[in-house]
Design a binder for this molecule. Structure first.
Ligand SMILES: Nc1ncnc2c1ncn2[C@@H]1O[C@H](COP(=O)(O)OP(=O)(O)O)[C@@H](O)[C@H]1O
Ligand SMILES: [Mg+2]
Length: 389
């Protein structure tokens, strides 16, 4: 098989493991930069010759020194499946003349404040939002914006510490919860203490899935979200294509295309929206693959394997010519019995993805597996109760 050079993968999740398998099959030499090679034991039977690189620190000198010591040469592409490492992946790639998932390493991929400044400059509709450096400042900003508000970290993801607040007391609790959780030792990440205080937008949540090769953006369509009950926003499930009015879908797809172009994303992205009364509002752009169940679900329906398509772009290729739609997909969390609260949802859960002729039938398949998910936006407490086994 022809070799495409070395691909450096940064990350520590299921997406990285999948990328390892697809990249080795496509003829890359793969080096995985990780603080914990143990999590990659046997990602697949083809991956015997992947190399692990353990940086002394997650900085450009730390990573490039580790790659040098491990004799990783001919690096032609770098990809991070984790938001927090994307700026470093881009920095490394540009120093080496390699490809990555964009050109801008100013940090918008992990800093929501920086991202909102860039999107605002594009004229895209965003929620009213301001950064708070102290708890008192957060309460003051919430008063100014008007309750209910959302408190959210500048640099976390997976809805972690995104909290709905109806009062100053709620803001204080959300602030303290976040302040006590700024170091993720398991994934070797440290987070900013600041929180954004944001206008709460009422309405269903959607995401537009895209793939960009630098010249062209392929828009797969819109997925919906089933969320845990307030005050948290854990994603319990999703379906594709979302059941939303064509005009709304068209508006969101156009905005997502504009956003990924403005941010200079290369490869897959998912742009999240709340469809409010006065139209869709951009919640955030993630300049990487969505979580693996959504990547699988969209791939099942459109026939585009996002891992292979991303690797093709990292090798200098283009987006696939067109997307066909074969039925619909739905996915849901299978919550482990140890999960007691929404806050625990990130641990001990597994997604199940189903493909069928329609979203209803895909959701019915999930229901037959004991995962009954209905509707979009916020399900009732009762719906989540079904998951609290
Ligand atoms: N201003 C808002 N109004 C309503 N819901 C919001 C708002 N901001 C975030 N959410 C909900 O919280 C989820 C997580 O917020 P997001 O900003 O996407 O953070 P993360 O990076 O953790 O995914 C969103 O997908 C959405 O469901
Ligand atoms: Mg999000």
């Amino acid at each position: 098989m022809s070799h495409r050079g070395s691909l450096v993968l940064l990350g520590h999740n299921q997406l990285t493991r999948r990328m390892v398998c697809h990249a080795t099959a496509a003829g890359w030499h793969v080096a995985v930069a990780t603080h914990d090679p143990g999590t990659y034991r046997d990602p697949c039977d083809r991956c015997e010759d992947i190399r692990f690189v353990v940086p002394s620190e997650w900085t450009f000198p730390g990573l490039s020194g580790a790659l040098r010591r491990a004799c990783v040469t001919r690096i032609t592409a770098v990809y991070s499946t984790v938001d927090q490492r994307i700026p470093l992946a881009i920095e490394l790639a540009s120093a080496l003349g390699a490809r990555a998932q964009g050109r801008d390493n100013s940090g918008w991929q992990t800093d929501k404040l920086r991202q909102s400044e860039l999107l605002q400059a594009e004229g895209l509709p965003l929620p009213r939002s301001a950064p708070a450096a102290t708890r008192e400042m957060a309460v003051k900003l919430a008063d100014d914006i008007g309750y209910p508000v959302i408190l959210k970290p500048r640099d976390m993801n997976g809805s972690r510490h995104v909290c709905y607040c109806e009062s100053a007391a709620d803001v204080a609790v959300a602030w303290d919860d976040h302040a006590a959780d700024l170091v993720d030792r398991k994934h070797s990440l440290e987070f900013m203490p600041d929180l954004l205080v944001q206008e709460f937008l009422q309405g269903p949540v959607y995401s537009v899935e895209t793939l960009t090769d630098g010249a062209q953006t392929l828009i797969f369509g819109v997925t919906d979200r089933v969320l845990s009950p307030l005050p948290h926003f854990a994603e319990l499930g999703a379906a594709f294509p979302a059941d939303c009015a064509p005009q709304l879908a068209g508006q969101m797809c156009a905005m997502a295309g504009q956003a990924v172009t403005a941010l200079g994303v290369i490869g897959p992205a998912h742009t999240e929206f709340v469809a409010g009364e006065s139209g869709p509002v951009v919640i955030e752009v993630n300049g990487r693959m969505p979580g693996s169940p959504i990547t699988t679900m969209v791939g099942d329906v459109t026939g585009v394997n996002l891992y292979d398509a991303t690797l093709e772009i990292l090798a200098g290729g283009s987006v696939p010519a067109a997307v066909h739609h074969d039925g619909a997909g739905a996915c849901a969390l299978e919550v482990a019995p140890t999960v007691k609260r929404v806050r625990d949802v990130r641990d001990g859960v597994r997604y199940v993805t189903c493909h069928a002729a329609t979203v209803e039938q895909a959701r019915e398949k999930l229901a037959n597996l004991g995962l009954p998910l209905r509707g979009t936006g916020h399900p009732s407490e009762r719906t989540f109760g079904e998951y609290r086994r």
